[in-house]
Design a protein around this ligand. Structure first.
Ligand code: NCD
Length: 355
């Protein structure tokens, strides 16, 4: 593996994505034959934010591989409630486990945790930033339901600003030939600047529109997302954006016969229930592919693990411009950036800071 941790999908090579998605397909066909692949290993799930599918699919994945699980799904029941730092929690749990899956409300938290962990960290969502294992799930779904990752017109609709699944999926699919993107959102909920930069650098055609019905006939994939209420500064702001996009059977009738509709779930009101019976709706199948994707990922990462703490990088005395970056809440972590011309890109949250 390129890296011991999975913070962004780019920590794995495209060949490794292929390897994991093809292993996931084999697991789907022969799940019982994988029991015992992680015998004696322990997976820790540290969920600082609510989760149903991600947490339970990781836990089921480890149990189906014959390993065991520890962890918390509510930080209020752990020493986090007593004020323990992320660094201390991770050092302790990495002494107890062989691999850690972590979800946190703050962008860059998984990257920060990886600096203090002796075992691989898997990012199961860091604030509104990234969610790479949902993207692996989406890739396994595409492999089964479309048979390709290339030559697709991909529509993403809803909260493209705060939807971490959207950011990871765009970063993954922009690299495949012939893909184009239709980004359907209100002006307020458009994708962040770093994602637009990524699309442009990848040379993938993309457009921003605000009307879902107009986009429907163009699409091979429609990726619906909920408006991320918990990421809004105020209830008023959320109320002004909720309910704007609803996929219903009238809109489905405008789409291609071989469109597939995906959604990371949970759904609130953005897909009406009458769409569930349309054979093009694949979001419940998608949740099952997530189990196979995570079994494949755990097998690969546990095998590569060697229980070592890497040397801490040296930081600089510059503050990231994003107040939601982990460097604001865990103040001891080194501030690290990549330089792009006269812009510094934060290594934790990817926000840009002018020099
Ligand atoms: C997503 C998440 O947590 O980002 N859910 C998931 O992991 N399947 C999407 C969401 O919460 O809207």
């Amino acid at each position: 593996m390129q890296s011991r941790h999975l913070i962004d999908l780019s920590d794995l090579s495209v060949a490794e994505w292929e390897e994991i998605t093809s292993l996931a397909c084999d697991i789907r066909e022969n799940i019982d034959s994988y029991y015992g692949a992680c015998r004696g290993k322990i997976l820790a799930t540290l969920f600082y934010e609510p989760s149903t599918r991600t947490q339970m699919s990781f836990q089921t994945a480890m149990l189906r591989l014959g390993g065991r699980i520890i962890g918390f799904d509510n930080p209020a029941n752990s020493s986090v409630a007593k004020g323990e730092s992320l660094k201390d929690t991770i050092r302790v749990v990495s002494g107890y486990s062989d691999i850690i899956v972590m979800r946190h409300p703050v962008a860059g938290a998984a990257k920060a945790a990886s600096l203090y962990s002796r075992v691989p960290i898997i990012n199961a969502g860091d604030g509104g930033h990234l969610h790479p294992t949902q993207t692996l799930t989406d890739l396994v779904t595409l492999r089964h339901e479309k048979g390709t990752f290339s030559g697709l017109c991909i529509g993403l609709c809803g909260d493209l600003k705060n939807g971490r699944t959207v950011h990871s999926l765009i970063k993954a699919l922009a690299g495949f030939p012939g893909n184009s993107f239709v980004l359907v959102s209100t002006p307020y909920l458009q994708v962040p600047g770093y994602i637009k930069d990524f699309l442009s650098a990848a040379g993938a055609p993309w457009q921003e529109v605000d009307n879902l019905a107009d986009a429907m006939p163009l699409l091979d994939i429609l990726y619906m997302t909920r408006i991320q209420r918990e990421r809004f500064a105020s209830e008023e702001e959320y109320m002004s954006q909720r309910g704007v996009y609803v996929l219903d059977s009238a809109k489905m009738s405008m789409a291609k016969k071989d469109l597939i509709v995906l959604h990371p779930l949970p759904r609130v009101d953005e897909i009406s229930v009458d769409v569930d019976d349309d054979p093009r709706a694949k979001y419940f199948e998608q949740t099952e592919y997530g189990l196979y994707a995570r079994m494949a990922l755990i097998m690969k990462m546990v095998k590569a693990s060697d229980k070592q703490l890497c040397p801490l990088p040296t930081g600089v005395d510059i503050q990231c411009s994003n107040p939601n970056c982990i460097t604001y809440s865990e103040t001891y972590i080194p501030h690290i950036f990549r330089k792009k011309g006269d812009i510094l890109v934060c290594d934790y949250c990817e926000e840009r800071t002018l020099l």
